[in-house]
Design a protein around this ligand. Structure first.
Ligand code: AMP
Length: 439
């Protein structure tokens, strides 16, 4: 007999089980509430898109596109299938999305959203995929919550409002030990000259740089500023800073953004090395880090990407957005001990004797309709065992229904924390538990 294979979740992916999943739901629910209070609407996107879409937007030289995408051909496996409804081009490659800004821009163009009134304010919640080396806070399938504003205006007030919304959200979910870093990385007027200057300066110190940075001198010099290698830090400190090389428009935009942040009493730190790994950013970039996460401490990244929609074949459009890493945010909330008390099992119905079963089924339905979480055991159990299980399941109350209760038309309500017990008629029981739920 062959041994049965034990399946396990693939490395870098994981299951989120109850009760943790309640924390995830609450986190995402809070995002819906906060983002909708800023008049953002949810966009639901496909999890795979044309590989070309990511290559063109995120950039072919980035780690994400050059080595981290899960890519496959849609026509594979359909070769002999005449009935295929697959309309993609033969051999077209698609990738599991490593991020969602490109998809939002693709959707904006596809649905002609520039014709809609005002700025388009969209948010998404979902899984992303990157073939990274898994470690704490870094997975191959992870979750992001993101928001994007697309339209004709690049007013710094938009950037500031997006940041305000982000911080209001973090505050709402108790993620308060955070730091917001902001920077401006210029635009197509001033950045190319700065990048060239940076390249020249980096070439001068070539022999002091490690392999990754050496390669980036040619492919993407800005990324050298991201380096965490200790030996490279003193060299990086001597490099020219973009803030000294911004054109007048970018300088004014950044100054106004800081004014707007002050107006909103948003605390921030400037970090001239914050360039972000993706090609599409212009002007404003930002990142939020949180405590308790070790090296993978970024919980949100974002910035402005004016011109990205155009690059993807759409009309000239300004854009700004961010992506929050849900996995790390939740890890940080857990590490801080700031986990809210969420729902959970309210009432365990301990019934005994077949005569009490119909009453148990009925009261369970009524309590559930009142919004309470109810466990109704499917099989008869001895009271002691039933109450023991109620305790282990973490129920707050047990409703006891036995022969006496059926005869007198009452219920015995037992508070499991202290054993306090009282007899109540149906109406009283419903009223009491409903008021407890609201407490
Ligand atoms: P990015 O799209 O790279 O700007 O990332 C935005 C946020 O997503 C980061 O700040 C992280 O919190 C989160 N994130 C990115 N990659 C991963 C990953 N592999 N595993 C878990 N979270 C991630």
């Amino acid at each position: 007999m062959s041994e049965r294979k034990q399946f396990r979740a693939i490395k870098g992916t994981r299951d989120i089980l109850p009760p943790d999943s309640a924390l995830w739901n609450w986190f995402e629910h809070s995002a819906h509430e906060v983002f909708e209070s800023y008049n953002f609407g949810e966009i639901r996107l496909p999890v795979f898109e044309s590989t070309e879409l990511f290559a063109r937007s995120v950039g072919t030289e980035t780690d994400i596109v050059s080595k981290e995408m899960f890519t496959f051909s849609l026509s594979q496996g359909f070769k002999n299938d005449r009935q295929t409804h697959d309309e993609s081009e033969p051999g077209e490659l698609v990738s599991l999305r490593p991020e969602a800004t490109a998809s939002v821009c693709r959707a904006y163009i596809e649905h002609n959203m520039q014709a809609l009134p005002g700025n388009q304010k969209l948010y998404y919640i979902g899984t992303m995929f990157r073939r990274e080396r898994p470690q704490k806070g870094r997975y191959r399938q992870f979750y992001q919550i993101g928001a994007e504003v697309l339209g004709q205006s690049d007013a710094p007030a938009i950037d500031a409002e997006v940041l305000e919304m982000l911080l209001v959200f973090f505050n709402r979910v108790g993620l308060t030990r955070t730091t917001l870093y902001v920077n401006s990385i210029g635009d197509k007027t001033c950045r190319p000259q700065y990048v060239e200057l940076l390249r020249e300066e980096l070439r001068k110190v070539k022999d002091k740089l490690k392999e990754d940075s050496l390669r980036r001198i040619e492919t993407n010099p800005l990324r050298v500023l991201d380096s965490k290698i200790p030996e490279e830090q003193p060299i990086i400190e001597t490099l020219p800073r973009i803030s000294d090389h911004l054109c007048d428009d970018c300088r004014a935009h950044f100054a106004k953004l800081k004014e707007e942040l002050n107006l909103r009493r948003i605390e921030y730190k400037e970090n001239w090395r914050l360039v972000r790994g993706l090609d599409y950013y212009t002007r404003t970039t930002f990142e939020v880090t949180a405590e308790g996460l070790g090296s993978q401490n970024a919980v949100c990244g974002g910035g402005r990407y004016d011109g990205l929609v155009e690059l993807l074949g759409g009309p000239p459009t300004k854009g700004i957005g961010f992506a929050i890493g849900t996995d790390r945010s939740i890890l940080s909330i857990e590490e801080s001990g700031n986990v809210p008390k969420l729902g959970g099992l309210a009432v365990y119905i301990a019934w005994m004797g077949q005569a009490s079963y119909p009453t148990a089924v009925n009261i369970a339905r009524k309590l559930r309709a009142a919004g309470l979480s109810i466990e109704l055991p499917p099989e008869e159990m001895k009271f002691k065992k039933a109450l023991g299980l109620a305790d282990k399941l973490g129920a707050r109350y047990a409703v006891i229904i036995g022969e006496d209760e059926v005869a007198s038309g009452t219920f015995t309500l037992k508070r499991l924390a202290d054993g306090d017990q009282k007899k109540l008629a149906e109406g009283e029981l419903l009223e009491y538990l409903e008021s407890e739920r609201r407490r």
